[in-house]
Design a protein around this ligand. Structure first.
Ligand SMILES: C[S@@+](CC[C@H](N)C(=O)[O-])C[C@H]1O[C@@H](n2cnc3c(N)ncnc32)[C@H](O)[C@@H]1O
Length: 216
C-alpha cells in the first residue's frame, strides 16, 4: 500500500527555511559546507535522516559542529525540518536528495564524519545495490571524508551488518569499534539514539554499530 501524501506538503516545504532541495534535476547543486555555515569549521553528514531525531540530538551535544541531514523522501524531510526550527538549531540544514548524488554535490574532504543509521536493509539479493552500505555507495562516500574522518554505521539488522563488514573492506575502509550489541557495550551512549533505534531496542533487538576509516 502506498503511503498517503503529506497534507499540504508543497506549502509546508516552501515554508521551511532549513531545507535545500535539489529537485532531482539532472544537474545537482554544488554545495560547500563552509559556505552554508560560515560560523563553523567542523561538518558532519547524516544520510537517511528520517524525521531528524538523531541530527537534533547530535546538534545539541556538538554545538561546535554543523550538520547536513540528507533524506530522499520529501514528505519525510518536511516533517524533520518542521521539528528542527532554524532559530533553535542554527547548526542543522536538511538536504532533500538521493545519496547517490552526494559526490557531485559536495567537494572532496567536506566531512569529518558521515552517519548512516538504520538504512533500509533491502533483503532481496536483487536489490543489494540499493543498500547504502553496498561497496558502490561506500566508494562514492569515501572521498567526502576529511583526513581522519569516518563513517559511523548503526543497524538493528544483523544480516545487513554481516553483509556490510566485507563491503566496507572492499570499498577501502578498515572497521573499528565493531559491536553487535551496542546497548551492552562500552560504546553505548557514544551518539544519539535514533527513532528506529529506540523502537528496535525497546523490542529487545540488539543494535549493531561500527566505525569505518578509509584505509587507502
Ligand atoms: C529506515 S529509515 C531510518 C531513519 C532514521 N535514520 C532512524 O534511524 O530513525 C531509512 C531512511 O533513509 C532514507 N533513504 C533511503 N534510501 C536513501 C537514499 N538513497 N538517499 C537518501 N535517503 C535515503 C529513507 O527514505 C528513510 O527515511
Amino acid at each position: 500500500m502506498r503511503a498517503r501524501k503529506l497534507k499540504h506538503r508543497d506549502e509546508r516545504l516552501l515554508a521551511c527555511d532549513n531545507i535545500i532541495t535539489d529537485e532531482f534535476s539532472s544537474d545537482p547543486p554544488s554545495l560547500v559546507p563552509a559556505e552554508l555555515f560560515p560560523d563553523y569549521s567542523k561538518f558532519r553528514l547524516e544520510i537517511g535522516c528520517g524525521k531528524g531525531g538523531f541530527v537534533r540530538g547530535e546538534a545539541i551535544s556538538h554545538p561546535d559542529t554543523a550538520y547536513i541531514a540528507v533524506e530522499l523522501i520529501t514528505d519525510v524531510i518536511v516533517q524533520a525540518a518542521e521539528r528542527t526550527p532554524k532559530e533553535e538549531y542554527k547548526n542543522v540544514v536538511f538536504l532533500n536528495t538521493n545519496a547517490s548524488r552526494l559526490d557531485r554535490i559536495f567537494p572532496a574532504g567536506s566531512f569529518e564524519r558521515i552517519h548512516i543509521n538504520f538504512c533500509d536493509p533491502w533483503p532481496k539479493k536483487r536489490n543489494a545495490k540499493r543498500r547504502l552500505t553496498c561497496r558502490t555507495f561506500l566508494s562514492l562516500f569515501r572521498p567526502l571524508l576529511s583526513d581522519g574522518g569516518c563513517i559511523a554505521f548503526k543497524t538493528d539488522n544483523a544480516d545487513l551488518f554481516e553483509y556490510s563488514l566485507p563491503e566496507f573492506e572492499a570499498a577501502g575502509y578498515r572497521t573499528e569499534k565493531v559491536t553487535r550489541d551496542l546497548h551492552s557495550s562500552e560504546y553505548y551512549g557514544c551518539d544519539t539514539e535514533t527513532e528506529y533505534e529506540k523502537a528496535f531496542s525497546e523490542k529487545g533487538t540488539p543494535i549493531c554499530r561500527l566505525e569505518a576509516y578509509p584505509s587507502r
